[in-house]
Design a protein around this ligand. Sequence first.
Ligand SMILES: [Zn+2]
Length: 123
Amino acid sequence: MPQYTDSLRGYALRTHRRDGWKCVYCGLDGRESFSSWLSLSEEHLLPKGHPLRDDPRFIVTACAFCNVADNQYFSKAQGRGIGLEDKTPEELIALRKPYVTETRDSYRTFWERHVRGEKGMRS
Ligand SMILES: [Zn+2]
């Protein structure tokens, strides 16, 4: 296989394969469709400056939406009473998941009300 320098075909490939091509938050499966695969990304479970931030165990597969769904997560963590120290990757995912899910659910409600079923102007 040729060497790619981009995320999907290059440096994130090992992460995505390890995680079964699924977003750790919503379960989107990159094998289901080309579009799904295109939306996969890598997510850091620890903030900038943390000594383990770039440790591969603390970098996981997330879809584009879940990756940014709670993008102030690290700065809000302390106020929410969430400690990021001495946690396993699985524990860090479990701590963050409710916030990602809450944002996702509010987007779903919006989608159901304003997007789904809308007649496109160009169709
Ligand atoms: Zn997701």
